[in-house]
Unconditional design. Structure first.
Length: 325
């Protein structure tokens, strides 16, 4: 059994500007961080000819064209196994649907690395990320950007620039050791229990951006500027000011939503009254996980426990997508 793991991610600023509809015209920017919650893909030689896939469902097929799961199907086509005789299993640390932690990108990256490792082919991490993007964006025509595949492949806390020609540049966020420790100690994340429709939300953003809806475009301009401001604050060690900036990200993201959640607005208000400096939804919005910064974690935990919202404790990952065995 060959086992690969790929980290999930949180966005610290600029999320949403990586979509091609925006970045191809105005260039996108975000700060992204890999966390120590993972998607795992295991692959093994099967005794009988065919393909066995085990995820939330089980598929047993004779050839690639019969595979129902779109990412499995496209990745298997890409690797071109001439006589398929494999068993592949996938599992993750957090819910895979609508979590807002880059699950789909993480899975695609892990799957490709597993398949190429199975054929004893090594790939640079940025090449792996670009191939995963090609599957999700070009082959499957999904409304998404390139942030998830790159951060889940590379790991760390990095700045990502999305150029007009589709190229992605990345470099580490230059923070001090004290700032890093402060982030790990004071960032918290809670699961809302709401699985939002990422494709619907991002399609709404993409349609309005392509249609020259200037409210949407100006909103994304502002989000990009918030990303640059987050970079400046973190690199200068102003962690609490960065925490306050999370509230601006939340407010801007709400304006991009096709519909808004009164439940999430209530939770956000309650968090600010109970120890949080700032908070925002991670991912496209309207569900998944809430990310917050607080120096009074006991008070926050009491408030969220009363709302029956479960905490996901995490640290940062600096290894990226890697083979475990």
């Amino acid at each position: 059994m060959l086992m690969i793991r790929s980290p999930l991610r949180i966005t610290l600023g600029g999320g949403g500007t990586d979509l091609h509809s925006y970045s191809s015209q105005y260039r996108g920017f975000c700060i992204s961080a890999a966390i120590n919650k993972y998607t795992y893909v295991g692959i093994n030689h099967a005794f009988n000819e065919g393909i066995i896939l085990k995820y939330s469902e089980i598929e047993t097929v004779k050839n690639v064209d019969e595979v129902r799961h779109p990412i499995f199907r496209e990745a298997l086509k890409l690797i071109n196994l001439r006589t398929p005789q494999v068993e592949i299993v996938s599992i993750g640390d957090v819910p895979s649907n609508g979590a807002g932690l880059g699950n789909s990108g993480s899975f695609t990256v892990a799957l490709l690395k597993a398949l190429y490792s199975y054929k004893n082919i090594g790939l640079p991490l940025d090449k792996l990320a670009e191939m995963a993007c090609d599957i999700n964006i070009n082959k499957l025509k999904r409304a998404q950007g390139k942030q998830d595949e790159y951060i889940c492949s590379i790991g760390g806390i990095i700045c990502l620039e999305f150029l007009e020609n589709g190229e992605v540049r990345y470099f580490p966020l230059k923070i001090s050791h004290d700032t890093f420790i402060s982030l790990e100690e004071n960032l918290m994340m809670f699961y809302t229990g709401i699985n939002h429709d990422t494709e619907k939300i991002l399609s709404h953003q993409e349609t309005n951006t392509k249609g020259k809806n200037y409210d949407m475009i100006n909103n994304l301009h502002e989000i990009k500027n918030i990303g640059y401001e987050a970079k400046s604050l973190l690199e200068s060690g102003e962690v609490n000011a960065f925490g306050e900036l999370l509230n601006e990200q939340w407010a801007n993201k709400e304006k991009r939503m096709p519909e808004r959640s009164s439940f999430l607005a209530e939770i956000h208000y309650g968090l600010l009254k109970n120890g949080a400096i700032g908070a925002k939804i991670v991912g496209s919005g309207n569900g998944g996980f809430i990310l917050l910064l607080s120096e009074n974690k006991i008070k926050v935990r009491e408030f969220m426990k009363n709302r029956r919202l479960e905490e996901l404790r995490f640290a940062f990952d600096f290894e990226g997508c890697k083979r475990m065995v």
